[in-house]
Design a protein around this ligand. Structure first.
Ligand SMILES: *Cc1c(COP(=O)(O)O)cnc(C)c1O
Length: 438
């Protein structure tokens, strides 16, 4: 199953060294680049996987990659946006997503965000029982459609050993709270109810969605029996994982969709719940492998270990620093060379954890080589930050015809200073008004 050729094939860059250098001549490294063909291909596959379900809709988790150009591509395929903050809601609205295409799955939510989500007609997904009263107080009359986030507690385990601990997670309501909330909201005129849960992150197995669906479908049946509410939709949220490592077997969304269908037929149909729409909020699986971070090797260092330093750092891609996450690295132009040198691949932050890879076997690297850091299309640029005064990079869209487009420019020092007003500081130093200081 895991022969080296297959592993290599899985981790083949979507652009050549030549193309990367062509782009870099115009937009200096580092930059994130996205492959439009791959994006469209993924979208079509995801839609096909759930085409058996009449009301199916995918709401892309905007936090994974909030670039408007990419969201606009998704919009062509009738996808919606899954938002969790005011800014994301505004972004979705400005891009022309209507209320039925906006899911608001937030937690610890400020009242004004609920008010805005309600104003633009988005579907509100309540994280906590107290949000029912909070929302009513904020918007006056509860919207016709409301979703509640479920947390079954305990440990969630899949047969390949993947587990997560919903009991430790801050999200969602207990079963009793959901039942009470639904009965309460029904009395207050809510017409359409949804159930949502996110129980494990980055699951590299086709088993996750079907297992989650089973839990939520059974709860839907229980709700119907106990309080006579027919659930309108079940939102499976995100959590479908990415094969970050070459030895990981990638998820197959068509298999996943078909398995969810089987659970649907087994549990919902016999209970008379044959009109339940399935929603998803995939971020990582939809976009992760459609993006790469291109960075130039600018330094090498030989001390107790072999280091190569690049012009990107954790400001551009935090996952390795934050989660010790694995991101595969290809040295562009050396795809077929033996990986017989061991390196730590570092950025320039004054943090020892600023390493894209530790003890990674790679071909012999020279200064000037371009590294292709895989799978940065989700939770990559969007997690960037400005620690150490490092600035976030540009984003480039590689189009199907081989041309490319700058879809977000790199930050400049001016952006970094944009939230500051220097005039006081300068006048304190010089005794003059800032603008007179020369
Ligand atoms: C983060 C998040 C997602 C997306 O998760 P992925 O693992 O990227 O698919 C979806 N829904 C909610 C509510 C989230 O917080």
């Amino acid at each position: 199953m895991n022969d080296p050729e297959q592993m290599k094939e899985r981790k083949r860059p979507f652009l050549t060294e030549e193309k990367a250098r062509e782009i870099a001549r115009k937009y200096p490294t580092p930059f994130h680049v996205y492959d439009e063909r791959k994006i469209r291909n993924h979208i079509e596959n995801i839609n096909r996987a759930f085409s058996w379900n009449k009301g199916y809709r995918q709401y892309f988790a905007v936090k994974a990659n909030p670039n408007p150009y990419l969201l606009r591509i998704m919009k062509e395929y009738d996808w919606g946006c899954d938002c969790s903050s005011m800014t994301e809601l505004i972004l979705a609205k400005e891009l022309g997503f209507d209320g039925s295409h906006i899911m608001f799955s937030s937690n610890c939510t400020p009242a004004e965000e609920y008010a805005f989500a309600n104003k633009i007609g988005g579907i509100i997904n309540l994280d906590d029982f107290t949000d029912v009263a909070g929302l009513e107080k904020t918007v006056g009359r509860l919207p016709e459609t409301i979703c509640c986030r479920y947390n079954p507690g305990g440990v969630f385990q899949l047969s390949n050993g993947i587990m997560d601990t919903p009991g430790e997670a801050k999200y969602g309501m207990t079963k009793d709270q959901i039942l009470t909330a639904f009965a309460l909201m029904k009395g207050k005129g809510v017409k359409r109810f949804g159930l949502h849960a996110f129980l494990a992150s980055n699951t590299v197995t086709n088993e996750y969605y079907p297992k989650l669906a089973e839990i939520l479908f059974r709860l839907a049946v229980e709700i119907k029996t106990a309080i006579g509410i027919d659930i309108s939709f079940v939102d499976l949220s995100g959590g479908v994982g990415l094969a970050y490592k070459p030895q990981d077997i990638p998820n197959d969304i068509l298999t996943i969709g078909e398995s969810v269908r089987q659970v649907y037929e087994k549990i919902l149909i016999p209970a008379g719940l044959e009109n339940v729409a399935i929603y998803t909020e995939m971020g990582r699986f939809a976009m992760g492998d459609c993006g790469a971070l291109i960075t130039k090797v600018v330094h090498e260092k030989h001390t107790y270990k072999e280091y190569v330093g690049c012009d990107a750092c954790a400001s551009n891609l935090m996952r390795p620093m934050l989660y010790r996450a694995y991101h595969h690295i290809t040295v562009l132009g050396k795809e077929n060379e033996d990986c017989n040198c061991k390196y730590d691949v570092t950025g320039s932050l004054c943090e020892n954890s600023d390493k894209f890879a530790v003890d990674r076997m790679l071909p012999k690297i020279e200064i000037g080589d371009l590294l292709y850091i895989h799978d940065t299309g989700a939770h990559g640029h969007s997690m960037g930050y400005q620690y150490n005064g490092k600035l976030r990079s540009a984003e480039i869209l590689l189009k199907e015809d081989g041309s490319y487009q700058l879809i977000r420019r790199a930050e400049t020092v001016k952006d970094y200073f944009a939230t500051l007003d220097f005039s006081d500081i300068l006048s304190n130093i010089t005794g003059k008004k800032g603008e007179q200081n020369e």
